[in-house]
Design a protein around this ligand. Structure first.
Ligand code: B16
Ligand code: MG
Length: 218
């Protein structure tokens, strides 16, 4: 099968926004007197904002009504927006910009498939927006990862079939979503956590177009 498109998750694949999510969630958890560690934050990777809040509340055995949850998420997002407004192209993770430029030059469709509702802002700040033919993020989906909706919409936007398209993901829920949608999944990070991926690499540093075409045509 010829490679026609690539869909990138954002947090953990293109940029490390998890460190900013951690600062903002930690501040919220402290206000609620819920202990929240970096390890707890790792478990939120790829989850939507509301699913993340629910997990944190569970850590504190706390239940809140919808209105209060909305207010808390609004505060957390305000703090997070403050932190990400300083993101620049220097914050792009190793290899990501090089691969995206190479794909774009070769006429392979590049798209984003992120759970974040702030994805567009980050892509603009790090100057990657011009390379993305389609951006599907938390504002465009009704079902979050591991449901494949975000990637299926991405493939549709690129005008390619899932089997002609590679998904890059750093979270187990995202890899599951890619596989459920019929994509070739490249996991970035720990092979133990991302075992469901077709191939796992530590990052995008040495991943180039010729590697992708080899993987997908096997
Ligand atoms: P926001 P991704 C995800 O981004 C993050 O991994 C996850 O930690 C976050 O809760 C989610 O976006 C929602 O983000 O609060 O900005 O809408 O990995 O899917 O690009
Ligand atoms: Mg991610």
């Amino acid at each position: 099968m010829a490679l026609k498109g690539c869909l990138f998750d954002m947090d953990g694949v293109l940029v490390d926004s998890a460190k900013h999510h951690f600062v903002a969630w930690k501040r919220l958890a402290e206000e609620l007197s819920i202990p929240f560690t970096e390890e707890d934050n790792h478990a939120l990777k790829g989850l939507s904002r509301v699913d993340s809040l629910d997990r944190i509340l569970r850590l504190g055995n706390m239940e809140l009504n919808e209105a209060t949850k909305l207010k808390l998420m609004h505060h957390k997002n305000e703090w997070y927006l403050n932190l990400i407004q300083g993101m620049r192209k220097e914050d792009i993770l190793p290899g990501a910009a090089e691969l995206i430029r190479e794909l774009s030059d070769a006429g392979i469709g590049v798209g984003l498939g992120s759970s974040s509702k702030n994805a567009k802002l980050i892509l603009d700040n790090v100057e990657l927006s011009p390379f993305f033919k389609v951006v599907v993020d938390g504002n465009h989906i009704t079902l979050s990862k591991p449901d494949p909706e975000v990637f299926l919409k991405g493939a549709q936007g690129l005008g390619v079939q899932p089997e002609e398209c590679i998904v890059f993901e750093d979270a187990a829920a995202g890899v599951k979503a890619a596989k459920a949608g019929g994509f070739f999944a490249v996991g970035l990070g720990d092979p133990e956590l991302l075992g469901a991926a077709d191939i796992v690499k530590p990052d995008l540093k040495d991943v180039r177009l010729h590697d992708l075409t080899t993987w997908i045509s096997v």
